[in-house]
Design a protein around this ligand. Sequence first.
Ligand code: FAD
Length: 316
Amino acid sequence: MKVTEHIAKAKETLFSFEVIPPVKGRNIEELYSNIDPLMEFNPPFIDVTTSREEYVYIDRDGLYDKRVTRMRPGTLGICAAIMHKYDVDTIPHVLCGGFTREETEYLLVDCQYLGIDNVMALRGDAMKEQKYFEPTPGGHTYASQLVKQIADLNQGNYLHDVVETDNAPDFCIGVAGYPEKHMEAPSLPSDLRWLKHKVDLGADYIVTQMFFDNRKYFEFVALCREAGIQVPIIPGIKPIAVKRHLQLLPQVFRTELPEVLVEAVEACKDNQAVREVGIEWAIEQSRELREAGVPVLHYYSMGKSDNIKAIARAVF
Ligand code: FAD
């Protein structure tokens, strides 16, 4: 079922979360052990991220061979496995980076065969060694182009006009939105114009980047509505878990941490205490958002579920 249908059917705020595929060579059971405790909160869908490829250096008798690899492959396989095991919708994150248009089409065809109704269309981060995102030759530069490819496919328009079909897919398309603007955007109004472009091309809903001050989300939603963006805007919540997040989250995600939260984390003696602060903060955020009637509360689990479970228990 589509995310938009889940939202339309729901009488109250839904719970959902995102998981990260395991590093290759690791067992999927570890992932299940983090999903199991969250299923009692009835998520209608679970997102599965896609990681960018990265360079590895292989020592060949002192000479280093540079190779490209994906350390966390398996997004689509994990989507299928989770659907099968838990009878829940899964949403693969589909990236511009690392994929040609043709590879994207094959991926979408696989999604249709598996009965996946939703895809999250994203540009993807820059590779670790790159300062900025560099498009893959033959791939897309912006998520909007990917949205257009998926929307075209929904109309039965495959690449290169080689297919006639009466069996087009009907993907519900999610895209990313940034309450504190995307790090590369020159301004929030500019970022909002490009967000509207994604929606105009066919995006059905937006999931936000993490934020720690609900006012940022409420202002963002108001600005989106003013700009004519009418699709559901799902807030993304991440509980702080370690002291290092104080530096890492603003640096990587360009999100501002409220001073009260920073002080509370700084006062913690160890990371167990930081976890407690992070959980309490996320509970407060979630309760306020739920009271405001957000359609879904979407949690970034980062592969661990104990803190998300504590939050969900207090909120749902
Ligand atoms: P875009 O919408 O393409 O925007 C990128 C930048 O370009 C913005 O600054 C925008 O304002 C600007 N822009 C857009 N269109 C144009 C245009 N036509 N001309 C000029 N400027 C333009 N990353 C991963 O690698 N894997 C994941 O699984 C993943 N999941 C995510 C899930 C969520 C909910 C979110 C919020 C992010 C996720 N990301 C993921 C991170 C995301 O890939 C990065 O934030 C990336 O830098 C931007 O992706 P985007 O889809 O927002 O890009």
